[in-house]
Ligand binder design. Sequence first.
Ligand code: TMP
Length: 207
Amino acid sequence: MGKGVFIVFEGIEGAGKTTQAKNLYEYLNSIGKKSILTREPGGTKTGKKIREILLSDTDEMFPPKAELFLYEADRNFHIHNVIKPNLEKGINVICDRYIYSTLAYQGYARGLDINLIKTLNDIATDGVFPDVVFLIDIPVEVSLQRLGNKKDRIEKESIDFHKRLRKGFLKIAEENKELFYIIDGTKKEEEIFEEIIYIVKTKILKD
Ligand code: TMP
């Protein structure tokens, strides 16, 4: 059996990537391409506990490096329990966020060293990289508007944080042109989905 295809969705808060990842997951299974839908953080039993720690409010200072290590620990659980075993069985993996979120959030937005993050990403993933990344891009103003008032620990960050985040994602996409497709997330949900399906069918799943 051949190796499954690994598809990642990235974007700032409220970009619509979770909806598009789910749409793609349902579509691929409906045409007989066996696929799973998963996410980071929280794609495993232990990962769900790590996600809870990462996104809940706390009255303790949350050190940026501890935050980074927790995302990478979640990722290592995910790689060994979900991503690798499924790809090896020939099942496609659709993942809502991956290593590029760590570069954008903990690196470009939070300010941790980019090379340190790249090294930890390599260790945590065991060298498993996606076949394609869809960056659903929206302006920060749209992101904050879509978020409304109910925000988790990270969503509560400043406007400047969210601006650095968007810039960071666009820079990462620019540096990895062969892997990334930037999709305009302000378009209608159906239009975005058509675009994604077209790319997946013509460039990713060739058979
Ligand atoms: P979600 O809202 O897409 O489920 O993601 C959870 C939050 O975690 C979101 O605010 C982005 C953030 N995040 C990071 O800061 N670093 C990471 O490496 C990942 C995967 C997510």
